[in-house]
Design a protein around this ligand. Structure first.
Ligand code: AMP
Length: 283
């Protein structure tokens, strides 16, 4: 059956469409995005398509997860090409509420995630961030009632926070982490890569190179703290301002000193020029 992409902009319209899917016992996979879609987002859509009969993509630049000094106003918005890409990917529903629809006058409830949301990584540099993410994702889950929700491993702490929230709130959704899609030179695809100048773009893959080399050395049983020290120095010396380069338990995000203590994830955040890049890798 040929399917046409429909854009929903109000909660009642979305609910009607979702109810129709559910009445027919069709499974739903949700792909939450902030638009400015690239191949990484489309990989999430592809994985969604494999799991569920209906794919809903949300496009919402969530003001609640930006601090006043951050890039909410200038965040790339590419509506026309986003819709074309989603149509080509055979997505049936786009959920694109306005901020007014998502947070109407009098809105007064907020999710306050802890555990992985307080790991001392992104939260240390963006203290407002995971409260904003958890609140909007909880709303997206109750609005779209998905069986599956696709999140990129690119935003690894976010993936852990959302997974924990779904578990803690007994939400009937399975959160799926999708591996990071990269450029040929290793740079993780990101909507914010458009901010990079040509010189910064050429330098940016260093982060992935350091992650990969560090993971290899840890696998060879070099001491984690020594490996991190070398990596931090390399990043510092390569024109980045380092926010963090850390080894954490891949599930709890607690600090981890040795591979014997559980699965290790290396996570990095660094600024180059005015762009902040994050990336991570499993060991
Ligand atoms: P964003 O629009 O940046 O909020 O991202 C929406 C979703 O796409 C999040 O779950 C991200 O983790 C995911 N994502 C972003 N970049 C990539 C990438 N390079 N590979 C895979 N998933 C990604």
């Amino acid at each position: 059956m040929a399917r046409r992409l429909r854009v929903m902009r109000t909660v009642p319209a979305l609910r009607r469409a979702v109810e129709l899917f559910r009445k027919k016992r069709e499974t739903i996979a949700l792909v939450p995005t902030m638009g400015a879609l690239h191949a990484g987002h489309l990989e999430l859509v592809r994985q969604a398509r494999r799991r569920a009969e209906r794919v809903v993509v949300s496009i919402f630049v969530n003001p609640a997860q930006f601090a006043p000094h951050e890039d909410f106003g200038t965040y790339p918005r590419t509506w026309g090409s986003d819709i074309k890409a989603l149509n080509d990917a055979k997505v049936e529903l786009v959920w694109a509420p306005s901020a007014q629809v998502m947070y109407p006058e009098g809105f007064a409830t907020r999710i306050a995630p802890e555990g992985p949301a307080k790991a001392g990584l992104e939260d240390k540099f963006r203290p407002h961030f995971f409260g904003g993410v958890a609140t909007v994702v909880a709303k997206l889950f109750t609005q779209c009632r998905p069986d599956f929700a696709m999140f990129g491993q690119k935003d690894y702490q976010q993936l852990r926070v959302v997974t924990q929230m779904a578990k803690d709130l007994d939400l009937a959704v399975k959160v799926i982490g999708v591996p990071t899609l990269r450029e040929k030179d290793g740079l993780a695809l990101s909507s914010r890569n458009v901010y990079l100048s040509a010189g910064e773009r050429a330098n940016a893959p260093l982060l992935h190179r350091v992650l990969k080399a560090s993971a290899e050395r840890i696998k060879k049983d070099e001491k984690i703290e020594d490996v991190l020290d070398v990596g931090r120095r390399q990043i510092d010396l390569s024109g980045f301002t380092l926010d963090y380069f850390e080894a954490r338990h891949a599930e709890t995000l607690a600090p981890i000193a040795s591979r014997k203590d559980g699965p290790v994830r290396l996570l990095v955040a660094a600024r180059i020029g005015k762009t902040r890049l994050i990336d991570n890798i499993g060991v």
